[in-house]
Each structure stands twice: as structure tokens, then as C-alpha cells.
Design a protein around this ligand. Structure first.
Ligand code: CO
Length: 208
């Protein structure tokens, strides 16, 4: 416990700061949450969702896993998306990857890491499907960064293919899916330009 006391000290100061700015800050939050955004990002400690986009508690709903994957059999991720869309009615879902992602890097190698290799298999498949494009990049860093971008685009598309989103669009609910990537080197986000906001922007095979 003793060696973690600084975390409680930090927490006290943090709560005080918020209460100084707005005495009812936590009281308001305790009554409801009404975030406008869902963030699906990587677990990497250098990519903290709230901080990067400058949002306070209550302003962004967050799901993070290794390599920001949206797998159609992952009940955890799907439950988060369903709650965010059906209950919280977020207007935007942001799938955000980051350059230099360790999960993506592992999937590009032949090293055996154990259980996580199964989790990362979708990225290995993605690499396999885009081998010539990715391997055509001049440096190892560029190859990794391109696969990080392709991964974000794939996962953003996966969100749009879920029955949750297809049904939301069909009943006229406004929700837009975005694919962004973050650079740990400069702290900046980039929009990968794959935003979709309706059924017409997804392949007919996914329509319900
Ligand atoms: Co990562």
C-alpha cells in the first residue's frame, strides 16, 4: 500500500482541482453520464484517450484493448459499442490507433508470445492480405506505420459492419464512425479519412 500512496495523493489533488473549478462537478457526474463520443483505442499507456483530446470525465466513453481491435466475437468490445450507441446515443465512434504499436509490430513478426498471438491474428491476416503494399515501404518504421494505419481503417470498418450500427442507421440514428491515428512522437492526432455515417457507405453484404 505504502508504495502506492502517491497515487492516492495525486487523486486527492486532482479531485480538489475539479472542485475548485466547479464545486458541483462530481455531484453532476454522479447523476448521469452523457458522453457524445465513444473511443476505441489501444491499451498502450502512452495513448490516454481523455487527455489526448482534452476531455473531462463524463465526456468520452472509452474501450481500450491491445492494438485497438474490433473483433466480431469479442463480447466485451461489442457490449461497449452497444451500450454507447443504444443507451448513451453517442454521435461519434472514434477508432484510434497509434504509430509504432507494439501489438501490430508483434503481429508482423514470427516471434511466439503466447495467448496474445491469437488476439493479434487478425492483424497478421491483414498483413498477409496486404503483404506487397506493406513490404514495398522503404523502411521498417514505414512498414509498421502503414500496417498501423491499415489496422485502424479495418477496425473502423468492422464497427460499421456490426448489427448494432447497421440497425442504428436503419432506424435513423445519427452516428459517425471515424478512423484516427496518434503519433507518440509529436502528440498529434491524424484523421485517416475513412469516416462513415450511413448504410450507403458500407458494402451491401453487411446491410440488415
Ligand atoms: Co498499441
Amino acid at each position: 500500500m505504502d508504495d502506492l500512496q502517491h497515487l492516492f495523493d495525486n487523486n486527492n489533488r486532482w479531485a480538489e482541482r475539479h472542485k475548485q473549478q466547479d464545486p458541483d462537478f462530481f455531484l453532476g457526474l454522479s447523476r448521469q453520464q452523457a458522453p457524445r463520443y465513444l473511443w476505441v483505442g489501444c491499451s498502450d499507456s502512452r495513448v490516454p484517450a481523455n487527455e489526448i483530446v482534452g476531455l473531462n470525465p463524463g465526456e468520452i466513453f472509452v474501450h481500450r484493448n491491445v492494438a485497438n481491435l474490433v473483433i466480431h466475437t469479442d463480447l466485451n468490445c461489442l457490449s461497449v459499442i452497444q451500450y454507447a450507441v443504444d443507451v448513451l446515443k453517442v454521435g461519434h465512434i472514434i477508432v484510434c490507433g497509434h504509430y509504432g504499436c507494439g501489438g501490430v509490430s508483434s503481429a508482423m513478426s514470427n516471434q511466439e508470445l503466447g495467448l496474445i498471438d491469437n488476439w493479434l491474428m487478425d492483424i497478421k491476416d491483414l498483413y498477409h492480405r496486404n503483404r506487397s503494399l506493406v513490404d514495398g515501404q522503404p523502411t521498417e518504421t514505414q512498414r509498421l506505420d502503414l500496417l498501423c494505419e491499415l489496422n485502424v481503417k479495418t477496425q473502423a470498418a468492422n464497427v460499421g459492419h456490426t448489427a448494432i450500427i447497421q440497425n442504428a442507421w436503419r432506424r435513423g440514428q445519427k452516428v459517425t464512425i471515424h478512423g484516427w491515428i496518434y503519433s507518440i512522437q509529436d502528440g498529434l492526432l491524424r484523421d485517416l479519412g475513412v469516416s462513415v455515417s450511413g448504410q450507403g457507405q458500407t458494402s451491401p453484404i453487411y446491410h440488415l
